[in-house]
Design a protein around this ligand. Structure first.
Ligand code: ATP
Ligand code: ZN
Length: 304
């Protein structure tokens, strides 16, 4: 007969099992998204192995399992629920038109999808492309852009090495991913119009259960802390007592600066957190207000 104690033990075990349900995240196995994706989750304090030919890795300190996949497969797996979350370039996601939620912009793998033509061609405006053929791995994004701009061109989908298409007579122009423009230049092409701006995004399946939603919230909380830390700097400076008030007034967004006395009488050290952009804007004013020995230190994480 089941005693209350046994039932209690069973319930306890069940809740242990439920609370250890892993959330699954798909990240690119190797490519331009991989390194920063791994770095992000490590900075979030999530420990896992990602070496060699491993296709899966379970974290040792967070209920999360990583799947390492080709980037093109990630949106489909997240839509189908094979993975709960994924890190993917917005360009690939929008091209595939998958039904997933975009949870967060991650700020890395920034690039743009652009139209390019042979360098010696004369370009005036988008009407240049009327009646022309364009090679691309992004036919949906390219067609949508051309349509929105009233251009009637023919897109040819090719899966790789798009930049050589004009030189081998496959197409008159291309629409491809550009970051510095170096690849275009070395293939005798010039960028003439930007079609789409991309960066890595965190995506989620639309039907996460309660446990997974809670895990996602925890992950978002950690990513926010990492991202805020990246923009903020810890500033330490020294100043004479009579200058402290003026310096505090110059520092934007400071709620309660620490003012610590130095060994030398009448001198204080002022500690504050400010955004890097703000700092460069006010540095000269700080110095003329009497700030000395200014140190600017990186912040690893910031929780407000
Ligand atoms: P896979 O083998 O996984 O299919 P891939 O060759 O299709 O990889 P990558 O070249 O690794 O893809 O690019 C992945 C994503 O990184 C792109 O979809 C884009 O979002 C972004 N990206 C591409 N080129 C650059 C670049 N030059 N700089 C920054 N980000 C880029
Ligand atoms: Zn790919």
């Amino acid at each position: 007969m089941a005693s209350l104690e046994n039932i209690g033990a069973c319930l306890f075990k069940t809740s242990m099992i439920m609370s250890t349900e892993n959330i699954r995240i798909a990240i690119q196995k190797s490519g331009r998204l991989s390194e920063d994706s791994l770095k992000l989750f490590k900075e979030c304090g999530i420990k896992f192995e990602a070496q060699g030919s491993k296709l899966r890795s379970v974290s040792s300190n967070f209920p999360i399992e990583f799947l390492f996949l080709r980037d093109d497969d990630i949106p489909g797996y997240v839509e189908d629920g094979v993975a709960d979350l994924g890190v993917i370039g917005l360009n690939v996601l929008m091209e595939q038109k998958r039904k997933v939620d975009i949870v967060k912009e991650l700020g890395f793998s920034k690039c743009r999808l652009s139209l390019a033509i042979p360098r010696n061609e004369v370009y005036t405006d988008l009407s240049y492309f009327n009646g022309k053929s364009i090679a691309t791995s992004y036919p949906n994004l390219t067609d949508a852009f051309l349509k929105a701009n009233g251009v009637k061109a023919e897109t040819h989908e090719i899966s790789g090495s798009v930049e050589i298409a004009p030189s081998i007579g496959l197409a008159e122009g291309i629409c491809d991913i550009v970051s510095t423009g170096g690849t275009l230049l070395s293939n005798g092409l010039k960028e003439v119009a930007e079609v789409f701006q991309s960066q890595a995004v965190l995506i989620s399946n639309k039907h996460l259960n309660k446990t997974k939603k809670e895990l996602l919230d925890k992950i978002i909380f950690r990513i926010d802390a990492v991202q805020k830390g990246q923009n903020a700097k810890y500033v330490v400076l020294n100043a004479k007592e009579e200058n402290i008030a003026e310096i505090i007034a110059l520092l934007p967004g400071m709620r309660s600066p620490s003012v610590v006395p130095l060994a030398e009488k009448g001198w204080f050290s002022l500690h504050s957190v400010i955004s890097e952009n703000d700092f460069w804007e006010i540095i000269e004013s700080l110095r003329s207000a009497g700030a000395e020995g200014i140190l600017v230190l990186p912040i690893e994480k910031m929780i407000l």
